[in-house]
Write a protein that binds this ligand. Structure first.
Ligand SMILES: [Zn+2]
Ligand SMILES: [Zn+2]
Length: 145
């Protein structure tokens, strides 16, 4: 079950979307979800949601570690920039390495200000506007999938 929370800044009107959780279609967890879909195939994949840089990293990683790999914890994940405080939701997943000496792959995201995005904890409810510092107010909540 996915959850989309919309927060609004009462002072400057900034709107922040917090997308959490995973859709039912994402339960499939073999590596095919990281490659372009074959024509006519109905199966869901996350390839189209990945940034070109992440696609490259992922495919290189899979070539390096070899099979069998599987993809775990696919979900939408809210991140916060450690520099400007901007909040954004990105697709998160882990590629589990078949080799003990190679770490699992986890995508890393960066803000347009070149700051680093760090994961927001699921229980965090209070956020400040990155533009003016005012505490954001929860505006609406939507379930998806
Ligand atoms: Zn604001
Ligand atoms: Zn930033």
């Amino acid at each position: 079950m996915g959850q989309l929370l919309v927060y609004k800044c009462p002072k400057c009107g900034n709107i922040v979307y917090l997308d959490r959780g995973c859709g039912m279609m994402w339960w499939k967890n073999d590596k095919s979800i990281l490659y372009p879909q074959e024509k006519g195939a109905y199966e869901f994949n996350i390839y189209s949601s990945l940034l070109p840089r992440i696609r490259k990293e992922v495919h290189k990683y899979i070539e390096t570690v070899g099979d069998p790999i599987f993809v775990d914890n696919v979900r939408m994940q809210p991140y916060k920039c450690n520099k400007c405080g901007k909040i954004d939701s990105k697709i998160y997943f882990e590629i589990v390495s078949p080799k003990i000496d190679i770490k699992n792959y986890v995508p890393k995201y960066h803000c347009s200000c070149h700051g680093k995005y760090t994961k927001i904890r699921p229980n965090q409810k209070h956020f400040n506007c990155h533009l003016c510092g005012t505490e954001l107010i929860e505006d609406s909540e939507m379930m998806w999938d």
